[in-house]
Design a protein around this ligand. Structure first.
Ligand code: G1P
Length: 295
């Protein structure tokens, strides 16, 4: 059984759902409380044992790489002033045993195409994909859904796709999986027999949506090369995974926590409230303020 140590994080999107904020700042750099969204996602990958992070990026997004790099001037200034807590916050973003590299996606041809752009970094190894809009909030503090999904992968040897039930009227926003009507308990996995990208309510086989966390067999790269444009005229990762199901197995792992989609304005605000209510520096004041609101 291979261990999954590499994760692809596609960050080349235009962020049109959070304009105008994302006009000159990458949407992945928008803060949730005091950290950019992408930092939470990379911390999640690291908690699940990922050692090599491959960003699929484009021009205008260099601030993402800078955020995970050393900032010599800032660090020496904080050290000189004895601001050790602040220094630790900017120094320890990426542990020394984790590497971060970037490849470019020159054309916006879809998520499947973005993943394929990292092919030379992945080789034929199994790999993870984490979509940076989606913040996975754990049900408990010491729990990590992605780490649990890695354990399910290591135990079964079967590729895993994290899913979450969504209200019926939202199925057309996501990839939706068909587990043949099996009830997938939170924290467990079941075989997928079919998956559809952004189906209408009538076409949707279930309300289990793909929430942007995947553990995939290396052979998906070959399938992506022959995947024709699908929903929205884009090369869809879901379509390559659907093709894989004709020859192999994939499982849906039902998360225990909750996803906040920071790629849209309401989800981004919800994430700020939820994370703000947990942050030691903001929890008290934010709670008191929310209680003053008459809704
Ligand atoms: C992508 C995937 C979709 C998944 C979603 C989660 O869609 O194609 O299957 O449900 O991410 O955010 P996108 O949001 O890029 O349109």
């Amino acid at each position: 059984m291979q261990k999954i140590t590499k994760a692809i994080i596609p960050v080349a999107g235009l962020g049109t759902r959070v304009l105008p904020a994302s006009k000159s700042i990458p949407k992945e750099m928008l803060p949730v409380v005091d950290k950019p969204v992408i930092q939470y996602v990379i911390e999640e990958a690291i908690s699940a044992g990922i050692k090599e992070i491959i960003l699929v990026t484009r021009s205008g997004k260099a601030s993402i790489e800078d955020h995970f790099d050393c900032h010599y001037e800032l660090e020496s200034e904080l050290a000189r002033k004895g601001k050790t807590a602040a220094l630790a916050q900017v120094q320890d973003i990426l542990p020394s045993d984790v590497s971060l590299t970037a490849v470019r996606q020159h054309q916006a041809l879809g998520l499947g195409h973005a993943v394929l752009c990292a092919e030379s970094q992945i080789g034929d190894q199994d790999f993870a994909v984490l979509l940076p809009d989606m913040l996975i909030h754990s049900a408990a503090q010491d729990q990590c859904d992605l780490a649990d999904m890695v354990a399910a992968y290591e135990q079964s040897g079967v590729g895993q796709i994290m899913v979450e039930p969504v209200p019926e009227h939202q199925v057309d926003r996501y990839g939706i999986v068909d587990c043949a009507g099996v009830t997938v308990a939170a924290g467990s996995a079941a075989d997928i027999i079919r998956m559809v990208e952004k189906p209408s309510i009538e076409e949707a086989p279930s309300n289990l949506s793909i929430n942007g966390r995947y553990l995939l067999p290396g052979s998906i790269m070959q399938l992506l090369k022959t995947t024709a444009p699908g929903a929205g005229g884009e090369i869809q990762l879901t379509d390559a995974l659907a093709a894989y199901l004709e020859q192999g197995r994939l499982q849906a792992f039902n998360m225990r926590g909750k996803t906040y989609d920071c790629g849209n304005k309401a989800g981004y605000l919800e994430a700020n409230v939820v994370y703000g209510l947990q942050h030691p520096e903001t929890a008290g004041a934010l709670k008191a303020f929310l209680q003053t609101l008459t809704l």
